[in-house]
Design a protein around this ligand. Structure first.
Ligand SMILES: Cc1cc2nc3c(=O)[nH]c(=O)nc-3n(C[C@H](O)[C@H](O)[C@H](O)COP(=O)(O)OP(=O)(O)OC[C@H]3O[C@@H](n4cnc5c(N)ncnc54)[C@H](O)[C@@H]3O)c2cc1C
Length: 555
């Protein structure tokens, strides 16, 4: 394999194609990916502006046998949108939404666009897509991995709303892929994970209405009894189906997070053997008014005594301001990216820092418990504001009777409380809702766990002030915490979500057998078999290949 581009690549390139190579002063900026634990040194980053630019890169790489990776936003948790000595085909400059003529409820949304911009632009006409919970993520990778977010129970995964895809296929052709053209690839793109079947430049989406009023909310608790009640009730509610099913207008998550004992006002006592305080949170989005949300939460969590007074409405960012470069988050970072070069690093607040979240649509209101959310002294204020070193892992419960749910909640609390608290790291467990719209037609997407009530996500995010690339001791310690946590939970859990990817779910993921074992955890046996058949048919020679790509069958 070659490790730098030939001069011919530049010479014959489409006019003004932005190519950043190692010698370029912007190189170290351009190569950064969301998880700064990974510091790959690609040969070049090529910023494509349309499908023809992408085709030019693919044709070159094929001809020259040059290894490449595709990057929309660079958020893949294991840094697999980059590698040493490859060409990164970056799509962040393809970022203009185009409405479909005569179909006001459809739009072409490019892979390189950040959710924050998607929500803002569609919000102007009070429309949306069910995207991710974190608004800095980009459409390309999110959608191909399924796309979980706070509209999932109402409108399904992000991928469920895709009608057509413009992409460059392994044979080098630019095609519109849909149920009519290459339906097998179309299916594989709905949750099969990015980077396997071609380069997607844009998606034609079915848009959803934001009306009637949409309410974002966040609440928190500090007492163990309250936290366990909220989380086990959340699990039980999402287990119910049929007439008893929780109103799908509500999509929410709960979190158990290690809290800062030094900032503790209530002087909570640690239990025997406990090292850390644990806070509980619940947040989400409800398609309805604040009044209706309060009623639903009161009925669903009767012991909590939630009233309208539990929330105060947050100040909204006015529409006209929300477009400029001037808006800052609480941490002082700009909300809108200044340069397209670091679009994949742009800033938006998230659930960890709910007091700085905002929405553009007139129909969206954000309400929040009127209390201190206890952001840790030197830990990231938000996971979505910019790249951070991190490690995450996801799974689903094997069993979910009320007794199982109660035990799972207690076990997780015990593990958290016995974990070491550090002021520079957010350690938490998220419980993400499933059910609602995704119970319908599970065969239409690759996701193999549509019957599960909720998903677990262990998360550990720290900062790189002291240079994560060299601080291996700290990186290892935090990664090990996630490893220990998932081993502790493994008797009660199974499967994993490809968007919340963890490369180390098996002992030897880099061997062919280990890779298959790993992929089976994400896709299940049957759906992995289908994906491999599609790969064999369209990309037997593995033009699209990376550490976790779908392997074809031998012919
Ligand atoms: C802070 C943060 C918050 C997140 N929140 C959520 C969430 O709420 N919900 C959720 O579902 N996920 C979430 N994720 C996971 C995220 O959806 C996945 O990591 C997703 O792959 C990111 O997409 P991307 O385009 O930004 O990433 P990239 O790293 O650019 O791409 C991901 C993978 O897809 C490939 N790829 C990228 N673009 C294309 C393309 N156009 N054509 C073909 N292949 C492509 C890449 O090579 C890579 O393998 C989050 C991740 C982070 C870091």
């Amino acid at each position: 394999m070659k490790n730098s581009l030939t001069p011919e690549f530049r010479k014959s390139a489409p006019k003004n194609l932005k190519i950043i190579e190692r010698s370029d002063s912007l190189y170290h900026y351009a190569r950064v990916v969301s998880n700064t634990r990974f510091g790959s040194q690609p040969s070049a980053i090529v910023y494509c502006r349309n499908a023809k630019d992408v085709k030019y890169c693919i044709d070159y790489c094929k001809e020259e046998n040059f290894d490449f990776r595709i990057r929309s936003g660079g958020h893949q948790h294991e840094g697999m949108c980059s590698a040493n000595d490859v060409m990164i085909i970056d799509l962040s400059e393809i970022n203009k939404i185009e409405k479909v003529p005569e179909k006001s409820d459809q739009a072409w949304i490019p892979s390189g666009m950040q959710l924050e911009t998607v929500y803002s632009e569609l919000g102007i006409t009070n429309q949306t897509i069910p995207g991710g919970g974190c608004q800095s993520v980009n459409v390309g990778g999110l959608t191909q991995g399924g796309g979980w977010g706070y509209s999932i129970r109402k409108f399904g995964f992000t991928c469920d709303n895709v009608l057509e895809v413009e992409m460059i296929l392994p044979d080098g052709n630019i095609e519109l892929v849909s149920e009519m053209n290459h339906p097998d690839i179309f299916w594989a793109l709905k949750g099969g994970g990015g980077g396997n079947f071609g380069v997607v430049t844009r998606f034609r989406f079915q848009l959803s209405e934001l009306t009637p009023k949409v309410t974002n909310f966040a609440l928190s608790w500090t007492k163990r009894a309250d936290i366990e009640y909220v989380i086990s009730t959340f699990m039980n509610l999402h287990t119910k189906t049929g007439d008893e099913e929780l109103n799908p207008a509500l999509s929410s998550s709960c979190t158990m997070i290690l809290a800062d004992p030094n900032k503790e006002k209530e002087k909570r006592k640690l239990g025997p053997g406990e090292h850390s305080l644990v806070d509980g949170r619940m947040g989400g989005q409800f398609y309805g008014s604040k009044e209706k949300l309060v009623k639903l939460l009161r009925e669903s969590y009767p012991e909590l005594n939630i009233t309208k007074k539990s929330f105060s409405i947050l100040k909204q960012v006015p529409k006209e301001q929300a477009k400029g470069d001037d808006i800052k988050t609480k941490t002082g970072l700009p909300l809108a990216p200044k340069s397209s070069l670091h679009r994949h690093q742009a800033v938006i607040a998230d659930f960890l820092n709910p007091t700085s979240s905002y929405q553009l649509s007139e129909y969206v209101e954000t309400v929040c418990a009127d209390r201190d959310f206890r952001i840790l002294p030197t830990a990231p204020a938000s996971t979505c504001d910019r790249p951070h070193p991190h490690k995450i892992s996801s799974s689903f419960p094997k069993k979910f009777s009320e007794t199982d749910n109660e035990k799972m909640t207690k076990d997780i609390y015990d593990f958290m409380a016995k974990s070491c608290y550090y002021s520079d790291v957010n350690k938490y467990m998220s419980f993400h809702c499933l059910g609602g719209a995704i119970r319908k037609n599970p065969e239409n997407r690759v996701f193999a766990f549509s019957d599960k009530p909720y998903m677990l996500q262990i998360q550990c995010w720290w900062d790189d002030i002291s240079n994560a690339f060299t601080n291996e001791t700290r990186n290892t310690e935090y990664v090990n915490w996630v490893e220990e946590f998932k081993t502790y939970l493994s008797p009660a859990t199974e499967g994993s979500f490809i968007n919340f990817v963890d490369y180390h779910l098996v002992d030897n993921p880099s061997t062919p057998e280990g890779k298959l074992e790993l992929l089976e955890i994400y896709y299940g046996k049957e759906k992995l078999h289908m994906l491999r058949k599609i790969k064999t048919k369209h990309d037997q020679k593995e033009l699209f290949k990376f550490k976790m790509s779908i392997p074809p069958f031998d012919k």
